[in-house]
Design a protein around this ligand. Sequence first.
Ligand SMILES: C[S@@+](CC[C@H](N)C(=O)[O-])C[C@H]1O[C@@H](n2cnc3c(N)ncnc32)[C@H](O)[C@@H]1O
Length: 302
Amino acid sequence: MLSSIEAKSEYVISASKYQKENCPSSLGSVRFINHFITENSLNVIEKLLKEYFADEIKQKPRVCVVGLHACADLSVTMLDIFSKMSYFGVLAIMPCCYHRLKQKTNGEFFNFPVSNVLKMLGTLYNGEEFLKVPFLRLACQQTIEKFKSLPLAERQKQSKSWMLRAILQFIAKEENCTVQRLKRKSGKHTDYEAANLIEKYVSNIGDTHKVIYKGNVDDRERPMDESLLKKKFLEKWSEYEEQCDVLEFLSTFQTHIQTICENLVLLDRVQFLQEKGLQCFCYKIADNYISPRCHALIAFKM
Ligand SMILES: C[S@@+](CC[C@H](N)C(=O)[O-])C[C@H]1O[C@@H](n2cnc3c(N)ncnc32)[C@H](O)[C@@H]1O
């Protein structure tokens, strides 16, 4: 028997629809539950186990917890619940989106570092200065193996698209604005090869991003004038166009330190469970060319 917990109701609906259409033989064996897991979910999960798996947990209370790309705080929350819940015997969880970890008002994360060892090292080596969102973003980038496999033209295309985004951010900062990405993408990657790349990007900008002045008095959004934004964008582009190479060098350097950052995040979580007296290991279980987040935390109770 399997129970699946998901925060978004639309995903719960589409998952059970998919199951009906593609795996009808498993209908009686899987339960879908719509719930946002927090550190207070212990009771909800226990109730759920007792309701759906009463016989199983009576005979052998060794429930296995599995999470595929359990993003942001979810992985750490599950490690914590795993350590506290007597029914749980084994855990295999593949974390992702480290940069989405929830922050306190002072910028610290609730769940990074989580182990006493990394907290102590962070204090010793001024971790508060660099164990921040950019560090977690680096940990979330593509791996060096994948990066090396990209043809030069592809890397140049990436640098160009980063430069476009960086210019947008630069203008927003100068104008005391924030940038919000809208649902529509800025264009397919192949568009960046086109001779009229900038014209396309600039003409689409109102559909792809919102640039909004900060600190609105009456809570109404005040967007930056689109024609002013486009004019400034073209000015900045002519200033920085020749420097796309710099971004390529920078991203090469970043990709080389990606593994170090990700290892620190993963080992912090391994250590977190070990400090609670549990066995925990980290294994590479997927092809990083397909999924850059390819490590799983495996834990079990003896
Ligand atoms: C990155 S997706 C992974 C989806 C799928 N397992 C995969 O690998 O393609 C993470 C999923 O976890 C759900 N999620 C994130 N935090 C959650 C939480 N605290 N409780 C329940 N679901 C959560 C999200 O809504 C999302 O559907």
